[in-house]
Design a protein around this ligand. Structure first.
Ligand code: ATR
Length: 287
């Protein structure tokens, strides 16, 4: 019987996952299809019952359900538990397994660009759910996560404290206001990476250049050697444009997406993903 997969999110229709997975299934001649599960919050309970009953063999999970998904799983991987989010569900005959492949995706995207992460100084912009997976991945690799910068300082402090304890390290928290004046960690940024994890580009696709610049001004970006953005729409975010104009190495969000999807594909199919096919179809569908 044709296996059923899909992206569970709200909204979901903007996702590139279906086109990428369907191309990958086709390339390997796997009898499966991948669709959209655009489910509003008040229907999630019902929907998850149907999933358990066989509606789906597996799901990619995105906003706003990654955290709440933990409650619906029969079993959750240690990584997903510690991140506090599930982005991959595998349904094995009504037994739901929850995993997180986001942190593997961000690690791969970083390693591809800069090599070994152990000891690398990194600064994180944003303190939401996406930041959690990225920070967790970095700390697992032994990177030197200097600090978390966020619009709401309280959220940055909370995250910094939680992960400092979890990995027995010292992560600092700063407000992301006035970065050009404060220049956090200014003297420690030789060969450092800046990672943008906020949802600003997604929430404000038509943001004006001067407002975009406020998130992280060029006066601060100039201290880093590499800048990564985890958002893939647009592929070259305003921050990456700034970084590029300053001659920095940039890592676009499609790389993290590709590598997390590849790990997810393995969990869904127990097969090696056709990377080139996935990469090409992704490139065709992103601008
Ligand atoms: P996600 O799962 O995508 O991380 P989230 O958990 O809602 O989503 O977190 C969103 C992150 O983007 C937060 O760090 C948020 O900052 P606040 O904690 O101050 O809310 C950040 N963010 C969203 N819009 C932003 C904006 N316009 N400027 C700066 N940061 C923004």
């Amino acid at each position: 019987m044709t296996k059923q997969y899909g992206i569970l999110a709200f909204p979901a229709k903007h996702s590139v996952s279906p086109v990428v997975y369907n191309a990958a299934f086709k390339a390997l001649d796997i009898d499966a299809q991948f669709g959209f599960f655009e489910i509003p919050e008040n229907e999630l309970d019902d929907f998850m019952k149907q999933v358990k009953d066989g509606l789906a063999d597996g799901m990619s999970v995105s906003l706003p359900y990654k955290e709440v998904m933990l409650n619906y799983m029969t079993q959750v991987s240690e990584d997903a538990k510690r991140i506090g989010a599930v982005n991959t569900v595998v349904n094995n005959g009504g037994v739901l397994y929850g995993y997180n492949t986001d942190f593997l995706g961000s690690n791969e995207a970083l390693k591809e660009a800069v090599g070994e992460l152990k000891g690398k100084p990194v600064v994180i912009l944003g303190a939401g759910g996406a930041a959690r997976a990225v920070i967790y991945g970095l700390l697992k690799e032994g990177a030197n996560v200097l600090g978390i910068l966020n619009r709401t300082i309280g959220a940055a402090e909370k995250l910094a404290e939680e992960f400092s304890k979890m990995f027995d390290v010292k992560i600092e928290a700063y407000s992301s206001e006035n970065l050009a004046d404060v220049l956090p960690f200014k003297d420690k940024l030789t060969d450092a990476i800046l990672i943008q994890t906020t949802s600003i580009w997604t929430l404000q696709p038509d943001i004006l250049a001067e407002d975009a610049e406020k998130l992280c001004p060029a006066e601060y970006v100039k201290y880093f050697s590499t800048v990564m953005d985890i958002v893939y729409k647009p592929i070259l975010t305003p921050l990456l444009k700034t970084a590029q104009s300053l001659g920095k190495k940039v890592i676009t969000g499609d790389r993290m997406f590709l590598f997390q999807a590849a790990e997810q594909f393995k969990l869904f199919t127990e097969k090696e993903p056709p990377m080139e096919v996935m990469e090409n179809i992704l490139a065709e569908n992103l601008i």
